[in-house]
Design a protein around this ligand. Sequence first.
Ligand code: URA
Length: 455
Amino acid sequence: MIALPYDSIGLGKNSPWKIVMIPNDIIRIKRNKREIPAVDLKQFIWEYSHQQISDKDMTKLLKAIFKNGMTREEIFALTESMIDSGEKMDFSFLSNYVADKHSTGGVGDKVSIILGPLMAAAGLAVPMISGRSLGHTGGTLDKLETIPGYRTNISLDEFRRNVNDIGISMIGQTEEICPADRKMYALRDVTGTVASIPLICGSIMSKKIAEGIEGLVMDIKIGNGAFMKTIQEGKELAALIRDIGENFNVKSDIVFTSMDQPLGRYAGLWCEIKEAIDCLRNEGSDDTMEVTFALGTKLLLQAQIVSDENEALNLQQQLIESGHALEKFLKMVAIHDGSLSDIASLHTLHLPKEETVLSAEKPGYITNMNTLLIGLAHCELGCGRKKLSDNLDPTAGIEFYHKIGNQVLEGEPLMRLFNTDKEKLDKALKLLKDSVEIDENKLEHHLILDDNKAN
Ligand code: URA
């Protein structure tokens, strides 16, 4: 039984009364599909982030939420309590439009690493807090940490200074900002409770609101490799994000993109940093650039830096071609103590010791890629965690030679898997055995599924 003073329910700090909350009572409410009163939910989250509720009890609550969902009021209370678990940034001293991008998570999604510097080069201020790999999806933070020296856990003062000085800082979840999300995010990853709209919404929006941004663009991934399998689920999340954004004065735009196949040429750790640099050098794959530009267009319009989509596209293309976006990325790496000489020799760093290929079993057109399996295989290679203490392998990843709609010959390589652990490599290859479907008829694949005009 826990007794603690809880200010926000009206009892002052010095009140002789203590609110007594029994975690099991709260868990039982959710297990019984009833609404947890906001005050109790806030207390539960507060106690968890202050080490007064165990991971075991939080796991029980997460599982009940995962199974039974949450009402709009509960999602608001969850988001608010996660914001209140830490500090809230304030960038109102900047004259730039302060904005960020977030994705619900995918395989091969390195867009933040390209879009952040691109938007900063366009004049936006981008304070970006990124996450680690979650479930089968990759984490921007894990990728950034493969840059030798790059510090992702800087103080909030330094974070603020970086954004002020160069227009961008990309860091990880901190002790100060949304510590509740930091703990819950890591716990969800290893307890099978990731793919829950209320939990995803609370996790994303608490971090973004606490960043002190004015605008947000969300990439909601839909498909067999996403947490949202259908556009209906995506739209449910989109409506909540807009609703919460509006409540906290954050202008939120949404882009729905397909995660029915991995994005870009690689999924992994260092290999995705290399690919992001290729994109900033104007050598990006069409699909990665299409998603980047679609998201960037929303932010540039929000910031009123451009007046229409054409202008937004032209500006982004020009910032890439001129090298300004790459320059911003390099400045960000340097300000975070990342090694620019390692970036310069990026093709000789983190070289994998093992590799193998997955080949086509028959000729035809690729009609389906099981992106969940591909994500799980990339985690198995060393790009994600099965338990909190798992170490990642910066050399690990998958290269994709083909995508949906491509014609292949029997025996032709479809993917190259690489890492520095033969046993894991073999396991990953086994997982991928039936991950690609080939048929004699060609199938169209649409990357940008919808946009918020269609809502
Ligand atoms: N990104 C987050 O920050 N949280 C989630 O739960 C999913 C994606």
